[in-house]
Design a protein around this ligand. Sequence first.
Ligand SMILES: Nc1ncnc2c1ncn2[C@@H]1O[C@H](COP(=O)(O)OP(=O)(O)OP(=O)(O)O)[C@@H](O)[C@H]1O
Ligand code: SF4
Ligand SMILES: [Mg+2]
Length: 326
Amino acid sequence: MLLEVRDLHVEFRTRDGIAKAVNGVSYGVDAGETLAVLGESGCGKSVTAQAVMGILDTPPGRITGGEVLFQGRDLLRLREEERRRIRGAGMAMIFQDALSALNPVLTVGDQLGEMFVVHRGMSRKDARVRAVELMERVRIPGAAQRVRDYPHQFSGGMRQRIMIAMALALEPALIIADEPTTALDVTVQAQVMDLLAELQSEYHMGLVLITHDLGVVADVADRIAVMYAGRIVESAPVHDIYKAPAHPYTRGLLDSIPRLDRKGRQLYAIKGLPPNLMAIPPGCAFHPRCPLARDVCRTDVPPLYEVSAERASACHFWRECLHGRS
Ligand SMILES: Nc1ncnc2c1ncn2[C@@H]1O[C@H](COP(=O)(O)OP(=O)(O)OP(=O)(O)O)[C@@H](O)[C@H]1O
Ligand code: SF4
Ligand SMILES: [Mg+2]
């Protein structure tokens, strides 16, 4: 396995108390595979990714347990300079907001070229040629001219392409994309997502795609990991999940996406709000919102039950959920 996160725990010490943001997350992704990580705002998707990338704010954040195995090595045990080398050359990250991730006072050509100068020891001139190639690769029209432009001179969609180009520059084995299209218009979202999926398959990279949007993952993901209150509550091949979710939270997410074949019907929304991470409910964290909840759910934390060889659910009543009795 290319990346394997095992039982990761992250907390934030704040003035108001300890927020338990990540509470035993395990997930994996292979070369050439796309894992979508899904869940409502605040469930720990980005914090998990930051811990994997080694860019977590510490303090206030703290990794209190677990392993992050990348190509077999536990990144959490490496020295910072080794991690820095892996970041960029081994794994790269794409963020939601390209404008704040890119340097506003450097041309995009200089920023892309910098990767080759620093990591590959290229001359500025050769690096510039590679920068143009990369911009062509992510289909920026007029790349040879636009390489001299600054980030703010590009549209949101084009800037996102430039960030994809930055991530691809050193041909990393793994890309983590954190809501890469959320800030874009719907049509541009689809174009950028298609491009990312195409490059991922061409370069045979592992891709961790963090998103709120179950709609976009159906086409691009191989597997889905659903997070709730800092845990993975369901993990499965994408088609299994669409056919029949094995966790009531996944079912709630699925029922709340607009679907063409259900036009006119009212959209379902999961009742209530995700929990405060300083006071996660006992037992199953989802119980205050769950239509299937019983007494045992309020006291006993559900383990990750094996639903099939490729599938797991952290619900005491996953069988009921899977067979639609909810
Ligand atoms: N810098 C920080 N200081 C304190 N707490 C933090 C910090 N960053 C994250 N947290 C806590 O971690 C929780 C999880 O945050 P995270 O950013 O991982 O959510 P997310 O799933 O990515 O949500 P979104 O979909 O909104 O991006 C937050 O709700 C917050 O309680
Ligand atoms: S364990 Fe209980 S509360 Fe939690 S998801 Fe399953 S049925 Fe709902
Ligand atoms: Mg996030």
